[in-house]
Design a protein around this ligand. Structure first.
Ligand code: FES
Length: 185
């Protein structure tokens, strides 16, 4: 993810503009395209600076204030420059009772994180999450707005961190069969 502010050129490619246009055309109100457009901007620039938010507003042709309001409401949009990997550990309800807090603390310890939860090597940041909707397989961790890691253990925390350090993708982890039967009831 590019994050060098000095050299950042805040423009979309023709392909990115065309993708945003496709989103605009899906809805009766063009403002509805703001979330996918913000996502495209975040994927490209690494986080949503004011310049990136302005670019989204200009591209959709809606007020900056509207785009800023959406970007600032949702936690999956990053409003400051962040390390490339986010470990978001659920500490809510169920996960909080079965080790979520402990897993978050362990991840921070393993990463030698600072008081903001950012790792010493600059590659990771950590934060607690509200319920991620997978309470029956907690404690759960979400990796940078994407993959879930279920039934988190200290060993899994280390494995995930080292896999990401090695540039590997975190594989999809299917819900265990015995849990699936609960969902099917
Ligand atoms: S309480 Fe953690 S996923 Fe619901």
């Amino acid at each position: 993810m590019p994050c060098n502010m000095e050299s950042m050129n805040y423009t979309f490619t023709e392909a990115e503009k065309a993708e945003i246009q496709r989103h605009i055309e899906k809805y009766p109100d063009r403002r509805s395209a703001v979330m996918p457009a913000l996502w495209i901007a975040q994927e490209k620039f690494g986080w949503l600076s004011n310049d990136a938010i302005r670019l989204v507003a200009e591209t959709i042709d809606i007020p900056y204030a509207h785009v800023y309001g959406v970007a600032s409401f949702y936690t999956m949009y990053f409003k400051e420059e962040v390390p490339p990997h986010l470990l978001e550990v659920c500490t809510c309800f169920t996960c909080g009772e079965i080790g979520g807090e402990e897993m978050l603390a362990y991840a921070r310890e393993y990463l030698e994180a600072d008081e903001k939860g950012r790792s010493k090597d600059g590659l990771f940041w950590t934060r607690s999450a509200e319920c991620l909707g997978a309470c029956d397989t907690g404690p759960v961790c979400q990796i940078t707005n994407r993959r879930y890691v279920h039934r988190l253990t200290k060993e899994k925390v280390r494995e995930v961190i080292e896999a990401l350090r090695a540039g590997k993708e975190i594989p999809y982890e299917p819900i265990p069969l015995n849990d699936q039967s609960i969902l099917d009831d």
